[in-house]
Design a protein around this ligand. Sequence first.
Ligand code: FES
Length: 157
Amino acid sequence: MKVEFSEEALQQYKDILQRYPEKRAALLPTLHLAQQEFGWISREVMQYLSELMDIPVTVILDTVSFYTMFKTKPSGKYHIQVCSTLSCALRGSREIYEHLTSKLGIQAGEVTPDGKFSLVKVECLGSCGTAPVVQINDDYYEGMTPEKLDKILDELE
Ligand code: FES
């Protein structure tokens, strides 16, 4: 299947370009747009953006791999990111992660068979003062415990 922005996304891309002095500077917002449009950033999406923006595909790959907010695999409807960096680790993120693996029956990088949840471990989510932190799609959940997480997941079900 050919990867291409819809007309609406293409218009949004043009609007993004207006705000930057050069195409390369617009890479991050364009990647966000691509993730919204395609769900995740596949090799095909990187190739498409490389041609669209005249940026080497290696630069796009480096950027996508550096920022954990970009998904390089298909994810579930609810994409759960568990911070596993020091502050969160000291305050129980491992217990949170293990609780999730046993509750959902998946490991990091996997999606539940019904496509509802995907799970990843990530580096610092930038909210160390409220550790441990879990991000589900665009929302942050702070001061997490397995019990709080169960409530949140039940509400999402
Ligand atoms: S260490 Fe988890 S948010 Fe910073």
